[in-house]
Design a protein around this ligand. Structure first.
Ligand SMILES: Cc1ncc(COP(=O)(O)O)c(C=O)c1O
Length: 232
């Protein structure tokens, strides 16, 4: 039996809105990091009670940008066994050592007992994964533990669009959260990801990190290339 992939339905109204916006984007000549990306960053961060949003190409990139910006090179990062490979990879790509910890049978999320079992003096961060959109009811205790040990709490929020615990959204618990907007997610842009944080300095690092440390945006580069081509 063939299992069909996800097929997203768009209404005619949505299709014409998207077509209009595409024309607008082509008219600006700026194909990356343009006004729609900025509007998305502002709206998504506001919706989740966070001050800053940094849009990237996917959820894995959001995690990597976050880990790299926190300088976790050489440190251990505790993450749950119950996650997608992207969480593990992004820790490795940032030069840190992923430490897999078991999850609670009650909610399939990383719990404090297993974090404590895997903690040592070289632990630099804990990365919780809100699996299936569940924010563990131990999240405040995990945060307290991380603060006491002076290590970062990071949230993999790839599944957690709109999830809350005690009225708080993902991104409000840890130093930053990484969202995915891949087409199988409950909120999608086809491909895409975003870091949310309330830490201004961290957001600046993430902005720079997403574009190879550059200060000018990709959109400006794309515009220059189009200008050059159209004038040849
Ligand atoms: C828990 C988790 N983290 C990270 C990712 C990576 O997101 P993306 O596919 O947008 O890179 C996924 C993707 O499914 C995921 O399930």
């Amino acid at each position: 039996m063939e299992i069909k992939g996800l097929k997203i339905h768009f209404t005619d109204k949505q299709k014409s809105k998207i077509s209009e916006s595409l024309k607008d984007i082509l008219d600006t000549g700026q194909l990356a990091a343009g006004k729609y990306v900025q509007a998305f960053e502002q709206n998504w961060s506001k919706l989740n009670n966070c001050k800053f949003g940094v849009a990237v190409s996917n959820g894995g990139a959001a995690l990597e940008v976050l880990f790299r910006s926190l300088n976790l090179n050489g440190k251990e990062v505790i993450l749950p066994t119950n996650t997608f490979i992207a969480t593990y990879n992004s820790v490795m790509f940032a030069g840190a050592k992923p430490i897999l910890a078991d999850v609670s049978y009650k909610n399939m999320c990383l719990d404090l007992k297993n974090i404590k079992k895997n903690y040592n003096s070289n632990t630099g961060a804990v990365c919780v994964v809100h699996i299936g959109g569940i924010i563990t009811n131990e999240i405040e205790d995990i945060k307290k533990f991380c603060d006491e040990k002076k290590i970062f709490l990071i949230e993999d929020a790839a599944h957690a669009h709109g999830s809350t615990f005690n009225g708080k959204y993902s991104g409000e618990f840890g130093v930053g959260a990484a969202y995915s907007f891949f087409s199988t997610k409950t909120f999608t842009s086809g491909e895409g990801g975003m870091v949310l944080t309330n830490d201004e300095k961290l957001s600046e690092k993430c902005f720079s990190m997403r574009d190879y440390g550059k200060k000018i945006s990709m959109g400006v580069c794309a515009y220059s290339i189009f200008w050059k081509l159209s004038n040849e």
